[in-house]
Design a protein around this ligand. Structure first.
Ligand code: HEM
Length: 321
C-alpha cells in the first residue's frame, strides 16, 4: 500500500471510530496537532517518583530505608496485579494459572535476593537513631502485604495458630478477620490492649480489607486451584509453582525480613523494642505463625516442619541450607 493510501485508510478508520462515539474527528486532529511529544520522564512520572523520598532525620541511611520500602511496595503492587487476574479469571486455563503464579514468584525472588540492602546496607548506629523519629510506624502497617495474604487463601488459614482449629469457612468473614494472626501479634495478651500501631492500621484499612475479603470469599487463589478440573489440579508444574509461592511468601521473605530485625534489634541477651510494639522474636518466625496458603499440597511432615530452617538461619548461620 502506498503511503497516501495508508493515511487515507487510517483516516477512514478514525472517522468511523469517532463517529461511533458521537465525536468529531477534525477536533481530535487539531488536538493531535497541538499536543507535545511524549517524553520518558513525563510518561513514568519521574519527577514525582523521585520527589517522595523524604527523610524525617538528617541521618543519610534513612533515605535507603525509605527507598527500599517504596521499592518493596511497588513489587507488592506487581504481585497484586497478577493475583487479581488469577482471581478474576473464568477460563480455568492451566497454562494461564501457572504463568501468573510464576510471575509472582519472580517478584518475590527479586525481593528476597535484594533484602541484603536492608540487612547489610545501613549503619546500625544510624538505624537505631533515626527509627526513633518513625514511631509508632511499622512495616506491620503495609496494607498491600495484608492484601496479598487475603487474595491467596481463605481467612480461616490465617487465624492465629493457637485458635486455628476452632474456625472454618462457616464463620463470618468479620469474625475470622478479628482472629487473624497479626492482630494477636500486636495485642498485649494480659490486658487485651491493642498497640497504637495496630489501632491506627485498623482505623485506616479495616473497611477496605474486609471489602476485599468478602469479594474473594470462596474465590481466593487457593479456591481457584481447588476448583480446577482434577487433571489440572494434579499437574506437577502447577503444584510446584504454588508450593514455591507459599514458601516465598511465608518462609523465605519472612526469614530475610527477620534477618534484618536480628541485625538491628537483637543485642546479646536483650532486645530493642520494635517500632510497632510487637514481641517480634515471637511474632516474626514463620515456624511460630505457620501461615500456609495452600495446606492440602503438603504432607503432614512438611506441615510440621514449616519454616524450621529459621533455627539454622539464626543460630547456625554457617550451616548450608
Ligand atoms: C531494617 C529493616 C527492618 C526491620 C528492622 C524491620 C522490623 C520489623 C519488626 C520488628 C516487625 C514486627 C512488627 C513491629 O513490632 O514493628 C516488622 C513487621 C513487618 N515489616 Fe519490617 N522491618 C524492616 C524492613 C522492612 C521492609 C523493607 C519491609 C517492606 C515493606 C517490611 C515489612 C514488614 C511487614 C509486612 C511486617 C509485618 C509482618 C507480618 O505480619 O508477618 N519491613 N518489621
Amino acid at each position: 500500500m502506498k503511503n497516501d493510501e495508508r493515511i487515507e485508510s487510517q483516516i477512514n478508520k478514525l472517522e468511523e471510530k469517532y463517529k461511533n462515539s458521537g465525536q468529531d474527528l477534525s477536533s481530535y486532529l487539531d488536538g493531535l496537532l497541538y499536543q507535545r511529544y511524549l517524553t520518558y520522564w513525563d510518561y513514568i512520572h519521574l519527577d514525582t517518583l523521585l520527589s517522595i523520598q523524604v527523610p524525617r532525620t538528617h541521618f543519610p541511611d534513612e533515605e535507603i530505608f525509605i527507598m527500599y520500602h517504596q521499592i518493596t511496595e511497588l513489587y507488592f503492587k506487581l504481585i497484586l496485579h497478577e493475583q487479581k487476574q488469577i482471581v478474576e479469571d473464568k477460563s480455568q486455563d492451566l497454562s494461564f494459572f501457572i504463568e501468573k503464579v510464576n510471575r509472582i514468584n519472580n517478584y518475590f525472588k527479586a525481593l528476597i535476593s535484594s533484602f541484603s540492602i536492608m540487612i547489610k546496607g545501613m549503619e546500625r548506629e544510624q538505624f537505631l537513631r533515626y527509627r526513633m523519629a518513625l514511631l509508632p510506624a511499622s512495616g506491620f502497617q503495609s496494607a498491600q502485604y495484608r492484601m496479598i495474604e487475603i487474595y491467596s487463601t481463605p481467612l480461616e488459614n490465617m487465624v492465629h495458630l493457637s485458635e486455628r482449629g476452632q474456625f472454618s469457612e462457616k464463620h463470618d468473614i468479620e469474625e475470622l478477620f478479628e482472629h487473624i494472626y497479626w492482630k494477636k501479634g500486636a495485642t498485649d495478651l494480659t490486658t487485651g490492649e491493642k498497640t497504637l500501631t495496630l489501632k491506627q492500621f485498623e482505623f485506616r484499612y479495616t473497611p477496605r480489607l474486609l471489602r476485599i475479603a468478602n469479594q474473594v470469599k470462596n474465590n481466593t487463589i487457593y479456591h481457584k486451584y481447588l476448583q480446577l478440573p482434577e487433571s489440572s489440579r494434579k499437574d506437577t508444574a502447577l503444584i510446584k509453582s504454588l508450593k514455591d509461592l507459599d514458601l516465598n511468601a511465608n518462609v523465605n521473605w519472612p526469614l530475610m525480613h527477620m534477618g534484618s530485625a536480628y541485625r538491628y534489634l537483637a543485642k546479646e541477651n536483650k532486645q530493642v523494642d520494635a517500632t510497632g510494639g510487637t514481641n517480634w522474636k515471637d511474632f516474626l518466625p514463620p515456624s511460630f505463625q505457620k501461615i500456609i496458603f495452600f495446606p492440602t499440597l503438603y504432607t503432614e511432615e512438611e506441615l510440621d516442619s514449616w519454616g524450621k530452617q529459621w533455627v539454622d538461619h539464626i543460630f547456625n548461620p554457617e550451616k548450608k541450607q
